[in-house]
Design a binder for this molecule. Structure first.
Ligand SMILES: [Zn+2]
Length: 876
């Protein structure tokens, strides 16, 4: 054992601190950057003693903090070990599991005294956000609740690695200071906001580490392959999902957020490697107007503690210059509309273990140290400002109720009788934010629109979540600034394509309210009329009708769709069915009538749909069931292009839609595989925004001409246009700068920023007779657009099923130049190419998986493209 070898495997046998220190000195003397490892003394405050019974990170994860990137598995092992060793301070909870079945841990850390009455503390704390009870709450000795959260972007690892240090410190530190802290603060400690992303990235960084650290930014270690570790399993940015809460990670986290309603929530990120360290407050003009001014004041007070802590260790930092608090779907902004303060930290990223930057060599341990120090400064600030933060939470909710009482809109009524699954998703989303949702007692008619009691819901504004309700329902058209870090509008009823109305104080009173909804009921699906020997009809308007159709097709059931509306007897009366309705005839199927009925029933139940049994094929009006306008459908076999150059989040949205919502498999094709694969096994190909330089264009064209359906989204339309693949003419956009006049260099950021399409909502006019519009009932369809691809309408008058009119902006911000370009532009164009179809969609119908109003368009493109010309009768 005394023999000493530089080999890493032997090196790991030496684990006595003294031996390690001697060893390190020797190595550093020989080669400055052979390792980035630091023992705990580099990070921890030196005036504190530690309980020797608490395991140090290395005892559990086998390496020093910062020596390797901690994998999520090892991070979990350490958190479990800490909780086991310090049960009087640390309580371990599992909030849920990620898509890849990794646990989402939450450590509740506070003093032993507080742990004994934790539930009582929680109950008392929750009263602060209940304006009917909060006035009498005594906050004199009440602990403050602080959520410390790390690395929601998996490839911003310094946060999650710092979690090892913070957890150790909070469990093991001894003395008056820590005792005071833990007496006054309940810490909700979330070591990893995005476990799947962290695991992916840590594996990447570790597998590329050299014994002699390579610091060249060009090295593979710093340049992850697509899609990278930033995202969750489905390539979504979880730091945009706090509001829509589409993903399991967000859903589990929100449950615990509202179970405790913290006063402060920190969000530890990383930024570009050449930056320093950022903490909020951010740019004043970019705060959402619904966030009260006091929020900034408290953020600024807390900032003093971060500045002091970073000064002490000599770290550079900046504030107020960048980032914003506008979109409530981000972790540092969501708390701001929940009576809390969200704090964004952005550390310059070493990405790998050590990287050359304009500030010299940035070592991984240095990035971890800043995150650790600011986690502690947050807790120190929270302890010192405890009463002010607690009081703010109480004030926030009392003020919200006061404002609600005099608000012009007193309630919203909403519901889509034709799409119960979508409506249920909308209700579920609101329940996750603890919004009180009611069924109406009776039908509600407002401004000529009737909402049937059985299919509608009402949300009154006079409730604690008044402000959150406003951000969910309101349209925004006025802005103080024209640069946005993220989207400018997210009006949820538009996103969901949800019929809704405002109710003013003259139109609303609490007598309209029926039962309060506590959980969105699972919809019961049925076959209305029972077993048929003739056939079944399924309406197309429900969100999950495409999932049901695919399941029928997967079972080799022959399906047709109606290309015109009709009225036919079902059950005891005649019913109207729209174009897009799916017909399942009983004859000529691979299953007999009994088995077919079983299958149809199972599918109706599984997807919460009503499927209708037919007794006759003879329509009362419109087309009969054997009509030539009932067209046979083909089962889609889908491939989507993925890989380097492709917009990963847009591709992830397609993957998530097909896999999670529709139960439809899709092949992920890398361009190189596309170029050599036999494409005959696919009849549908999806391309989202991206650069496709390596893709074999001739092969793509030949495949379309042979009968394939090519679905192009956003910038893929532009790429196809520039490469002669589709027949789309793009509109030219005027420059905001007059080249004859002098423009100040200092204005460049402002001018360029304003031309970005950060994302806004536009209403398009739909031709409801077109197969791509089947399932829509309203001629105005809201699309989300965050690109500068503007299409001229097709010369073929039947080939532009959706287009924007003179004034399409519904909510959000757009520059004058972009606004001119979108006027009368096409939103969707269909090209015929050989026997194939190209569907050009200028917007993102799948945006962040909450744009359910676009889902029908996407699924129509997948299921109905092949019938398009036949439907208009021109090529039959
Ligand atoms: Zn980030």
């Amino acid at each position: 054992m005394l023999l000493f070898s530089p080999a890493n495997n032997l090196f790991s046998l030496f684990n006595q601190t003294l031996m390690r220190r001697i060893f390190f000195c020797a190595i550093i003397f020989l080669t400055a950057l052979q390792t980035s490892a630091q023992d705990l003394s580099y990070y921890l405050p030196d005036d504190v003693t530690y309980n020797p019974a608490i395991p140090k990170p290395k005892d559990i994860i086998y390496h020093e903090v910062g020596e390797w990137h901690v994998t999520h598995d090892r991070l979990v092992n350490y958190m479990k070990a800490i909780a086991a060793a310090a049960p009087d301070r640390v309580k371990l909870e599992t909030m849920g599991f990620t898509y890849e079945d990794r646990p989402q841990l939450l450590l509740i850390i506070t003093s032993p005294k507080n742990q004994l009455r934790l539930e009582e503390i929680r109950q008392q704390h929750l009263l602060l956000s209940d304006p009917s009870k909060s006035a009498s709450v005594n906050i004199e000795h009440m602990p403050i609740v602080v959520w410390i959260g790390h690395s929601i972007h998996g490839n911003e690892p310094s946060g999650a690695n710092a979690a090892l240090l913070s957890a150790y410190y909070l469990a093991a530190a001894q003395g008056q200071q820590i005792d005071d802290l833990l007496d006054n603060v309940v810490i909700l400690f979330d070591p990893s906001f995005n476990p799947d992303g962290l695991q992916r990235f840590s594996t990447w960084a570790n597998q590329h580490k050299s014994k002699n650290l390579v610091t060249d930014p060009n090295s593979r270690e710093f340049n992850e392959v697509w899609p990278g570790g930033r995202f969750n399993h489905y390539w979504f940015d979880l730091n945009r999902d706090w509001l829509p809460a589409v993903h399991v990670e967000s859903q589990h986290r929100l449950e615990w957020f509202h179970k405790w309603k913290p006063n402060i929530l920190t969000d530890h990120h990383e930024q570009g490697s050449n930056a320093t360290f950022f903490f909020q407050p951010g740019v004043p003009a970019r705060v959402n107007p619904l966030t009260p001014e006091k929020n900034r004041e408290l953020t600024a007070k807390l900032a003093k503690f971060h500045a002091k802590a970073l000064d002490k260790i000599g770290s550079l930092y900046f504030t107020k210059e960048s980032y914003d608090d506008f979109y409530y779907g981000k972790g540092s902004t969501y708390p701001d509309i929940n009576g809390a303060i969200g704090i964004l930290f952005e550390q310059a990223s070493s990405r790998g273990h050590a990287q050359e930057t304009t500030n010299g060599i940035l070592r991984f341990p240095a990035t971890i140290k800043n995150q650790f120090v600011t986690a502690l400064s947050t807790l120190e600030g929270a302890k010192n400002l405890r009463k002010e933060f607690l009081d703010w939470q109480r004030t926030f909710y009392i003020t919200s109720m006061q404002q609600a009482a005099t608000a012009p809109v007193q309630a919203y009524v909403f519901g889509d009788a034709n799409d119960r699954n979508k409506t249920a998703q909308f209700v579920t989303m609101m329940l996750r934010h603890q919004i009180a949702v009611y069924q109406p007692k009776n039908d509600i008619t407002v401004n000529g629109k009737t909402f049937k009691a059985a299919d509608a819901f009402v949300v009154p504004m006079q409730q604690p979540q008044y402000k959150l309700l406003r951000t969910i329902f309101e349209k925004t058209l006025n802005y103080k600034d024209s640069i946005f870090y993220d989207i400018t509008a997210w009006t949820m009823p538009l996103a969901f394509g949800m019929p809704y109305s405002e109710l003013t104080s003259a139109q609303f009173n609490t007598n309209l309210l029926g039962d309060k909804i506590t959980i969105a009921n699972k919809l019961s699906g049925i076959v209305s009329g029972g077993k048929s020997n003739y056939g079944y009809l399924m309406e197309w308007s429900d969100l999950l009708a495409p999932a049901a159709l695919y399941e029928l097709q997967k079972n080799y059931i022959i399906t047709k769709t109606a290309t015109e509306k009709f009225e036919i007897p079902v059950g005891n009366s005649n019913s109207n069915f729209n174009a897009g309705t799916i017909l399942i005839a009983v004859n000529n199927q691979p299953l007999d009538a009994n088995k077919l009925f079983d299958l149809v029933s199972d599918i109706a139940k599984k997807y919460g749909l009503t499927i209708y049994a037919l007794q006759t094929g003879n329509a009362v009006s419109g087309i009969d069931m054997g009509s030539r306008k009932m067209l046979a459908l083909t089962k889609p076999s889908i491939a989507m292009i993925t890989g380097a150059g492709v917009n990963a989040t847009d591709a992830g949205e397609v993957w998530h839609l097909l896999d999670q919502r529709m139960n439809i498999p899709a092949t992920h094709l890398e361009p190189a595989i596309f170029n050599r694969a036999d494409l005959n096994r696919y009849n549908t190909l999806i391309m989202v925004g991206g650069t496709y330089t390596e893709l074999n264009k001739e092969k793509l064209k030949a495949w379309v001409n042979n009968g394939g359906t090519l679905i192009l989204l956003e910038e893929a339309v532009q790429w196809a246009s520039q490469n002669g693949i589709n027949a789309v003419t793009l509109k030219k956009i005027k420059s905001p700068v007059d080249s004859a006049k002098r423009v100040a260099y200092g204005e460049e950021e402002e001018i360029d920023g304003a031309q970005q399409m950060a994302g806004a909502i536009f209403g398009a006019d739909a031709d409801l007779t077109h197969p791509l519009a089947y399932g829509y009932n309203d001629r105005t369809v809201s699309f989300f657009k965050a690109n500068r691809v503007f299409m001229e309408k097709s010369k073929n008058p039947f080939a532009t099923p959706f287009y924007y009119k003179d004034n399409p902006l519904q909510s959000g911000w757009i520059s004058k130049e972009n606004s001119d370009a979108i006027k009368n532009a096409a939103a969707v164009i269909v090209n015929t190419s050989g026997s194939g179809r190209i569907i050009n969609i200028d917007n993102n119908p799948n945006f962040r998986a909450f744009w359910l109003g676009g889902t029908k368009l996407m699924m129509n493109a997948i299921f109905f493209s092949k019938i398009i010309d036949a439907a208009s009768g021109r090529t039959e």
